[in-house]
Design a protein around this ligand. Structure first.
Ligand SMILES: NC(=O)c1ccc[n+]([C@@H]2O[C@H](COP(=O)([O-])OP(=O)(O)OC[C@H]3O[C@@H](n4cnc5c(N)ncnc54)[C@H](OP(=O)(O)O)[C@@H]3O)[C@@H](O)[C@H]2O)c1
Length: 239
């Protein structure tokens, strides 16, 4: 079993003034991002501890609308202990969650909004349906980051301008593909689950870009047969 104090030491970023996009995913040994359409079947309690610790260390959690729909995101609340750690480190007790969407087919009564413990954020672009933007503005802060799609670089800048520079992206594959294409991935935390999934599940990134980004290994943690890899970008971010 992993120890949270050790995880904090391994994943803590000391300079929070520099915006940082950290992406967290889990995959099977043969590259599947899901089992039966969700990531939960790949994890275990050690992965949950890493997942929760990364949330605790973030300023904001960002997730694509497909993942909100598939995984039923809603009511994200850090444990009392994790909230106390944040308060002790001069951070707000809870972490806001932002959803990235183009179509904005998100019900304002969805638990993502209704059960949020901090006012959620909707990240969209100028071409999304204005009436849906207005409807969602009743239950969330709406950020317009780009003209015809969410531009990841604008998203990072706008979140950082709101004091939310330590960004934890929890997927999914389309959003990750867009972040890779825009060269906005500073870090990938990847859990490798000791399973083979011989079906048709997709991989953790999907997109149309032919971008190739080299990453450097920062650490490998093991717990039982599960691996926890931490990689950081090798080349400096575009200015
Ligand atoms: N293994 C893991 O760790 C992990 C993690 C997360 C998710 N998943 C799995 O991934 C699957 C979902 O995949 P997905 O690719 O559909 O997820 P996704 O990336 O979360 O969602 C895709 C949706 O996000 C919005 N979006 C993404 N990038 C955008 C951009 N640049 N501009 C505007 N909107 C953008 C669009 O929403 P609209 O359609 O609303 O316009 C798009 O349809 C689920 O099965 C989930 O369980 C696995």
């Amino acid at each position: 079993m992993l120890d949270q104090a050790e995880l904090i030491r391994r994943y803590l970023v000391t300079d929070r003034t520099v915006p940082r996009v950290r992406v967290n995913f889990i995959t099977s040994l043969d590259g599947a991002a899901t089992i039966d359409g969700r990531s939960g079947g790949l994890g275990n309690e050690d992965d949950q501890l890493v997942f929760d610790t990364l949330r605790m260390l973030a300023d904001v959690i960002v997730v694509g609308a497909g993942t909100v729909r598939a995984e039923g995101y809603g009511g994200i609340r850090l444990s009392r202990e994790d909230a106390a750690w944040r308060l002790g480190n001069r951070l707000p007790a809870q972490v806001p969650v932002a959803v990235v969407s183009s179509r904005l087919e998100l019900d304002p009564r969805h638990p993502f909004f209704g059960d949020a413990v901090v006012r959620p954020i909707v990240i969209t672009h100028a071409g999304s349906p204005p009436e849906r933007r207005a409807e969602l503005a009743e239950v969330a802060d709406v950020l317009v980051c780009g003209e015809r799609a969410v531009d990841p670089a604008v998203m990072v800048r706008d979140l950082a301008d709101r004091g939310l520079g330590q960004i934890l992206c929890e997927g999914g594959p389309q959003l990750f593909g867009d972040l890779i294409a825009a060269d906005c991935v500073d870090e990938l935390c990847l859990s490798i689950s000791p399973m083979l999934e011989g079906g048709g599940a997709g991989r953790i990134a999907r997109g149309h870009s032919d971008a190739v980004r080299e990453m450097s290994l920062l650490h490998v943690l093991t717990a039982g047969d599960m691996l926890f890899l931490r990689y950081a970008r090798r080349t400096p971010p575009p200015s």
